[in-house]
Design a binder for this molecule. Structure first.
Ligand code: SF4
Ligand code: SF4
Ligand code: SF4
Length: 702
C-alpha cells in the first residue's frame, strides 16, 4: 500500500509545487515513518501496522525514533517535493515492499484453538521433531551454548547437520513474519552446536552411554538420518543397537551426496560421534545383509531404513551424449574424483539435488556455463529458497517452462511448456505448447528429477508393507517386529522428516517393550521464566530486522511465543480480548488465560488472522457475555451474569451444555450443573472466580 499512496502524495505535492498540506495514511510503519515526516508531510496516521501484532507497543518505538531527530523544519509549511519524489521512487526498489519478501502466506499451524492454555510457539509445532525452539534460542541469547545444545539434542540427534541444512519449516511459521523477518532459527541451532561441542564432549562425552543396557537387541539397516535417529533414541532408552550400513561411513545421502560447500564434513562426523557415544555399534561395508540373517543372529527388532537412493530416469529420445545421474555425479564430486563435463552443462530438475548438482558443476574446472532447466517456473520449484538463491549467486542460470525431450549431437531439445491449473499439491500444472521447442548446445546433462525407493531390497527379503494407506511413515512389515520407515517408505524427504521417522520407529519399539531408560532433561529448570517473561513484554512490538552477523541480537529477536502470545489482544481494535493473569501452575500451563468479551467484539476477524492456530479467538476462547440476547445468538463457550441479588448466578454454556453456576460474592462455588471435580470445569471455575474477585468491573447483567 505504501508505494501506491506515497506516489499519489508525490504527484499531488508536485502538482501544487509543494504548497499543499498532506495528512498521510496508507502503509505508514516503523520502517518509513521518519522518511515520510522528513518530506514535510504531517500528520501521519498509522493504521495497518497498528493492527498487526505489537502494533500499539510499536508506537513507542516509532515515537522514540522520531523524537531522536533534530527536526529543524518540523512544522515546515511546504512539502519538499524532491524528497517526496525520491521516497516514492526509492520504495519501488526497497525489498521491504516487495511481495517476495514475505515467503509465507500464513504462519498458522494445523491445530485447532483450545479453550484454555493456548500459548504456543508455531515454530515448534511446525518442526517435525517439535524442538523446543524458544528455550534453546533463549539460552543462545544468554550465551549458554552448552545448555542450548543439551536442549536441542533432547529431541534432535543431528544438531550439526540440521544446523546447516535443515529445510527449517519452523522459520516458515515464525511469528516474526508479522513484524519484520523470521528469526533465523536454524542458525541459532548451528551456533549452539558449534560453540558448545567441545565443552559438551568434555563434560558429558563419557556419560552418554547408558550405564546398563536392557538386553534387547535392535538392528537398523541403513545409517542415513532416519536410521541414525532411530539408533539414537533407542540407545538412549537402553536398547542395544547395531546399525548395518553398506558404505564405509555413516550419514547416507547427507554424507555421500550433499556437497561440502553446503555441509562441512565435521558437522557429519560430530553428529555420528554423538550417536556412537550413546553406545550404538556400527557395521560398515555390509552390502549383502538380509533380514533373516539378522533375526537368526538374535536381533529382536529390525528397522529397515534404506532410504530412497535410486534416481528416476530422465526420458530422452534419443539420448546421445553425456547424461549423468545427479546422485552419482554428486557422489563422485564429493569423493573429489576427476570429472570432465566440458564447458556447458544443463541440470534438469528443480529440487535441492538439482541446486547442489548445478553449484557443484560450476566448481568443476573447464565448466563455463551451467543452466537449470525446469518445466514449471522457479516459484514452483521444490528447492529451498535459499538453495535457489545460492545457485543464482553462483552464476547458475534458470531456464523455466522447458521439458527436455531429446539430446543429440550436443543439442538438447526442450518442449516449451505453459502453466495450467493448480494441482492437488497447490502447484500449477504444466502443459506442452504444441509445436514449440527450444534448443541448447550443451556438453553434459545432469538429471536431478528425483529419487525413489529401491524395491530390490524389499523383494529380496520378501518384505511386504502392511497397511499401505496409513498416514504414518513407519510401518510394520509382514514379518513381526520388522519395521520399515523414513524415505524407504515415503520416498525422498528432508533430513528432519527422516529424523522424525526414525524417532517414531524408536517410539514404537520402546512402547512395545514398555522400557524407557531415558531421563528427560528438565528444560524449564534451565530458564529463569520470570526474567524471560519480563524481557519478552518489553520486546513485543519492537521491529528489529534480521541481521546476519550478530547471533546474540538475532536470538533476542525471538518472542518465545509459548511463554507469552497475546496476539489476539494486541491486534483487536476493540480491546475485546484480555489476558487474565492466572498463575496456577497446577491448573494451567500458561501464566494467563485469554478471555473474550463478547460485548466489545464486532467480529472483524483480525484476531483470527494473526492467531497461530486454525481457530478464531472471538469464537473459540472462553467468553464473557453481557446480554441474554448475545448469549443466545452465540455458540461460544462462556458465561453471563444473570442474577446478583444475593449470590452471583451465571448462565453458562460449557462442553456443549447450558446450565447455571452460582458463586457467592467472594467467588466461592455454591452450586453448579457440572461435575465440580473435573479438570475442565475447575479451569472454567478458576476463570470465573478470578473475574468475580479481581475484575468485577467486567460483569454486567442486562
Ligand atoms: S518468535 Fe521465536 S518462538 Fe515465536 S515463532 Fe519465532 S522463533 Fe518461534
Ligand atoms: S473479531 Fe472481535 S475480538 Fe477479534 S479482533 Fe475483531 S473485534 Fe477483536
Ligand atoms: S492469538 Fe490469542 S488465542 Fe491465539 S494463541 Fe495467541 S493468545 Fe491464544
Amino acid at each position: 500500500m505504501f508505494p501506491l499512496t506515497i506516489s499519489l502524495a508525490a504527484k499531488l505535492a508536485a502538482e501544487f509545487g509543494g504548497q499543499i498540506n498532506i495528512s498521510y495514511s496508507g502503509g505508514a510503519s516503523a520502517h518509513n515513518v521518519l522518511a515520510i515526516l522528513k518530506t514535510g508531510i504531517a500528520p501521519v496516521t498509522m493504521v495497518t501496522d497498528l493492527l498487526k501484532p505489537g502494533g500499539y507497543a510499536r508506537l513507542q518505538q516509532m515515537a522514540e525514533r522520531v523524537d531522536a531527530q533534530p527536526w529543524p523544519d518540523w512544522l515546515q509549511q511546504n512539502i519538499d517535493v524532491n524528497a517526496l519524489q525520491n521516497l516514492a521512487e526509492s520504495c519501488l526498489n526497497d525489498p521491504y515492499y516487495q511481495k517476495e519478501r514475505r515467503e509465507v502466506d500464513s504462519i498458522k499451524i494445523k491445530k485447532s484453538l483450545p479453550l484454555f492454555d493456548c500459548y504456543l510457539a508455531p515454530c515448534q509445532e511446525a518442526c517435525p521433531i517439535h524442538q523446543d525452539v524458544a528455550a534453546y534460542i533463549r539460552l543462545v541469547e544468554e550465551g549458554r551454548y552448552l545448555d542450548a545444545l543439551r536442549v536441542i539434542i533432547e529431541t534432535n540427534p543431528l544438531p550439526h547437520i540440521t544446523g546447516y541444512i535443515c529445510d527449517h519449516q519452523c522459520m516458515y511459521h515464525c511469528t516474526r513474519w508479522d513484524y519484520d523477518d523470521p528469526v533465523y532459527i536454524r542458525e541459532m541451532k548451528k551456533v549452539a552446536a558449534e560453540q558448545a561441542w567441545n565443552e559438551f564432549l568434555r563434560k558429558y562425552g563419557d556419560k552418554l552411554k547408558p550405564s546398563k543396557f536392557n538386553g534387547i537387541q535392535v538392528a537398523i539397516i541403513g545409517a542415513g538420518p532416519s536410521g541414525l535417529s532411530a539408533a539414537y533414541f533407542l540407545a538412549r532408552s537402553g536398547f542395544e543397537v547395531t546399525v548395518v550400513e553398506k558404505e564405509q561411513q555413516a550419514g547416507g545421502v547427507v554424507r555421500n551426496v550433499i556437497p561440502d560447500f553446503r555441509l562441512p564434513q565435521h558437522a557429519i562426523d560430530r553428529d555420528v560421534e554423538l550417536i556412537q557415544r550413546h553406545g550404538v555399534r556400527f557395521r560398515f561395508g555390509v552390502t549383502d545383509v538380509t533380514v533373516q540373517d539378522l533375526i537368526t543372529e538374535g536381533f529382536k527388532y529390525i528397522f529397515v531404513a534404506i532410504g530412497a537412493g535410486k534416481s528416476r530416469k530422465l526420458q530422452l529420445n534419443p539420448a546421445n551424449g553425456m547424461v549423468l545421474d545427479a546422485l552419482e555425479f554428486l557422489h563422485k564430486y564429493k569423493q573429489k574424483k576427476p570429472l570432465q563435463l566440458g564447458e556447458k552443462v544443463a541440470v534438469i530438475g528443480g529440487g535441492n539435488s538439482a541446486m547442489d548438482a548445478a553449484r557443484a558443476a560450476r566448481r568443476i574446472p573447464g565448466v563455463r556455463e551451467v543452466s537449470i532447466i525446469y518445466r514449471r517456473t522457479r516459484e514452483f520449484m521444490p528447492a529451498d529458497r535459499e538453495e535457489l538463491e545460492a545457485a543464482l549467486q553462483d552464476g547458475v542460470q534458470i531456464k523455466e517452462l522447458l521439458l527436455p525431450v531429446a539430446l543429440e549431437n550436443g543439442i538438447l531439445t526442450c518442449q516449451k511448456m505453459a502453466l495450467g491449473e493448480k494441482g492437488s499439491d497447490g502447484r500449477r500444472q504444466v502443459r506442452p505448447i504444441d509445436g514449440a521447442f527450444e534448443t541448447f548446445q550443451i556438453d553434459a546433462l545432469i538429471s536431478a528429477i528425483g529419487e525413489q525407493v529401491d524395491k530390490q531390497f524389499l523383494q529380496k527379503n520378501n518384505l511386504q508393507i502392511k497397511n499401505k494407506n496409513s498416514k504414518t511413515w513407519v510401518l510394520e512389515t509382514n514379518l513381526p517386529n520388522v519395521f520399515i520407515g523414513g524415505d524407504a517408505l515415503r520416498g525422498p524427504s528432508t533430513v528432519v522428516e527422516s529424523i522424525a521417522d526414525g524417532k517414531r520407529a524408536a517410539e514404537i519399539i520402546i512402547s512395545k517393550e514398555k522400557q524407557n531408560g531415558h531421563q528427560p532433561l528438565k528444560i524449564q529448570s534451565l530458564l529463569d521464566r520470570e526474567t524471560w517473561t519480563k524481557d519478552l513484554q518489553q520486546r513485543k512490538g519492537l521491529v528489529v530486522p534480521f541481521e546476519a552477523t550478530d547471533h546474540h541480537r538475532e536470538a533476542a529477536r525471538c518472542l518465545a511465543c509459548d511463554v507469552v502470545c497475546d496476539k489476539c489482544i494486541e491486534v483487536c481494535p476493540n480491546r475485546a480480548n484480555m489476558a487474565l493473569p492466572l498463575i496456577n501452575k497446577d491448573m494451567f500451563k500458561d501464566h494467563a488465560q485469554i478471555l473474550h468479551i463478547d460485548g466489545l467484539c464486532n467480529e472483524c476477524g483480525n484476531c483470527e488472522t494473526f492467531c497461530p492456530y486454525q481457530g478464531k479467538p472471538y469464537e473459540d476462547k472462553i467468553t464473557l457475555f453481557w446480554s441474554k440476547e448475545d448469549f443466545d445468538n452465540s455458540r461460544n463457550e462462556g458465561f453471563l451474569l444473570v442474577d446478583q441479588n444475593n449470590s452471583l448466578t451465571f448462565l453458562v454454556r460449557f462442553k456443549g451444555v447450558t446450565g447455571h453456576v452460582i458463586l457467592d460474592r467472594k467467588g466461592k462455588l455454591a452450586r453448579s450443573d457440572w461435575q465440580e471435580n473435573t479438570v475442565d470445569f475447575k479451569a472454567l471455575l478458576t476463570v470465573m472466580q478470578e473475574i468475580v474477585r479481581n475484575h468485577a468491573y467486567l460483569l454486567l447483567n442486562n
